[in-house]
Design a protein around this ligand. Structure first.
Ligand SMILES: Cc1cc2nc3c(=O)[nH]c(=O)nc-3n(C[C@H](O)[C@H](O)[C@H](O)COP(=O)(O)O)c2cc1C
Length: 265
């Protein structure tokens, strides 16, 4: 059993999958009468960090690791003296075992690592032609796994496996500027100015303030491809296309049950 302490649950979600998992875990923890504070990790400050609480982390897998903004957050976590911590990530297929390198960072910082889980959710990247019913089913299964993981944490039966070397090497991919430059080169987030209403939700939603209105949204060159701007666009004016496939676009994705404003941290 874990100690009955509040849980500070830091999360990032581009298009809502991780947010749904976090909410399902929050509900499950609350059933065990644990208090849960949901905290967007992009707003993290060391002064707001409480090492006496249990800490939770949640983020999506990207490029076999995670977004640079999530690595930055992990590096910013302070040195502690045994604070209990757990992590969950969401992914569409495979992750390269990111739980391993994350565990390594957290152990070095003095955390007690009490559980890690990877939960499959629909892809928010290769979305063309995806079957709606399959997506709904995947989300339901993912939420069920999230709830079970929360129960396991409370009961002290969760684990944190790690594949040394292999996962450490793969995690270098998503930490590499070159990889992200390549991904940006291959991906094109396009704006249809006929559909854009200049509502500026995309600008507000961008977790790294990389979108400026002049007057139409312009995505600058630091984009981490998290798709949040696409997910919050009320008119589907923003779409994601691959440059090497005749500029073909993918269907904008936002997890079912998540409102656009829930994605604005
Ligand atoms: C740029 C980008 C890269 C991704 N890379 C991977 C990957 O390497 N492996 C994987 O399984 N899923 C990958 N995905 C899919 C997401 O991890 C998955 O859909 C996740 O649940 C999205 O979470 P969110 O809705 O909270 O943003 C990627 C998605 C994007 C946008």
């Amino acid at each position: 059993m874990i100690e009955k302490k509040p849980i500070d649950f830091y999360y990032f979600s581009g298009t809502g999958n991780t947010y749904l998992v976090v909410k399902a875990m929050k509900d499950a923890f609350e059933k065990h009468e644990l208090e849960v504070n949901l905290l967007p990790l992009v707003r993290f400050t060391e002064s707001g960090f409480n090492e006496n609480n249990i800490v939770g982390l949640a983020f999506p897998v990207a490029a076999q690791g995670t977004y640079p903004l999530c690595w930055e957050f992990l590096n910013k976590l302070p040195q502690v003296n045994g604070t209990q911590i757990f992590m969950v990530d969401t992914l569409a297929g495979i992750s390269g075992g990111i739980v391993g390198p994350v565990k390594k960072i957290l152990r070095k910082k003095g955390f007690t690592t009490i559980g890690a889980k990877e939960i499959r959710m629909p892809s928010n990247y290769f979305t063309k032609g995806k079957n709606k019913e399959k997506i709904i089913k995947m989300i339901k299964t993912g939420k069920g796994e999230a709830k079970k993981f929360a129960d396991d944490i409370v009961n002290g039966t969760s684990g944190w496996a790690r594949i040394p070397v292999f996962s450490d090497l793969l995690s270098l991919l998503s930490k590499s500027n070159m990889v992200w430059q390549f991904m940006r080169k291959m991906t094109n987030i396009k704006l249809d100015t006929n559909l854009c209403t200049l509502c500026d939700l995309c600008e507000k939603a961008c977790p790294i303030n990389n979108i400026v209105l002049k007057p139409y949204p312009t995505i600058n060159n630091r984009c981490q491809l998290c798709q949040k701007c696409i997910a919050v666009c009320p008119t589907e004016a923003l779409i994601c296309a691959f440059k090497n496939k005749d500029g073909k676009a993918y269907t904008p994705y936002r997890a079912k049950g998540v409102a656009p404003d829930e994605l604005i941290d």
